[in-house]
Write a new protein. Sequence first.
Length: 456
Amino acid sequence: MAETRQSIHGQWTSRFAFILAATGAAVGLGNIWKFPYIAGENGGGAFVLVYLLCILLVGGPLLMSEILLGRRGRQNPINSIRSIAKDENRSKYWAVIGLMGIVASFLILSYYSVIAGWALDYVFKSGMGQFAGQNAQSIDATFDKFIANPWALIFWHTIIIGFTVFVVARGVQKGIESAVRFMFPLMVVLLLILVGYAMDTGYFFKGVEFLFHPDFAKLTPEGFLTALGHAFFTLSLATGSIMMYGAYVPKQSSIATAAIWIIIADTAVALISGLAIFPMVFANGLVPSAGPGLIFQTLPIAFGQMGFGRIFGTLFFIMLVIAAFTSAISLLEPTVAWLMERLKIMRLQATIFAGIGIWLLGIGTVLSFNAMPGHFLFGMNFFDFLDYLTANILLPLGGLLMIIFTAWVLPRHTTEDELNMKGKVYYRLWLYGSRFITPFAILVVFLGSLGLFNGF
Ligand code: PHE
């Protein structure tokens, strides 16, 4: 029965450890690399507002749902959902939600690790003073030359996957929890140092204005979908990562409180990163809409021109690597748990198998920047395609099914019990929000972006 189910993979030492690990999973390249450039591409303020709404109306309820499912199922995402459905006499096919999550986490990690590898390379480039005094052309040339070399990208990709495998292979407490306990606080300290540095540019309030002054003319239907997809991506939702981490949460912990902390921390890091990055961009006469190259092309120009830029640039990229790393380990865990349960193999073996598969797929992303830059599918290269497929399709769709399953399909007393919210008014807030707001918000944005409302 659900009450007595135990995870074969272990447990966090405390609720705090869970919050830390889940926040480490949430805060990553999405917050520091992706959020600033998609905000830049979509005109800033108005996009940020839509993103915040998505976090509130979709992210919050779903985060609670996903932790709830993990803790009740206590297995890999597929088996967890299948067991819960069975307990409640519901169709076992709901387990497809878990399958979609595992597939999404596998695909995401394959490209995530390549980009994290860029950041690692840039720690050294910056540390060796390669940006000092350079102009925009030479910094662009450095970046272009770097990504044109598949061997360099494969080298860093291998290092990131290698360390990720090493940590995950050590298990929930000795591996994941101890790594995050040490890395997450370090990342926060570095971030705060960098905002201090950005405040010193004299352009801090231009950064604030860019992020918070809404200009709705710049927002497209595609921009809404990007904001929704990003809300999923940044909170690590619908990939099974949060469900896995939820499977290791001690029974008595309050899920709602944990979810609130994770959301506050994740949103704060995204906004604070924006406040660290945009002032430096403006102070050096650069534009914020550079796309994925924003922090690898635009920002190094700024570091190259600013006082102590070599030190702060290096700290910036170290922060990025740490943030990415605590997310990478959470992306590996669902596949590892699935392999262990499915093939009845040891954690070490499962982690190595999963690592090899993800490493191989990552080569596709590496080659998107050099050997096969052309179109892979739908006018996108392999990397853009994976990014679009995961963030804009698989995650929203998986999230939609998941919220329907928890809020509509599971009996009320089950969710009420698992959330430890018997008779609480907050329970009703979660339930009605999850029934009537979250699924419709996802649907409207999703269909809207396909152009289905054109002409209304
Ligand atoms: N949330 C992470 C980020 O913002 C990415 C991630 C997605 C991690 C899904 C785990 C699962 O970078």
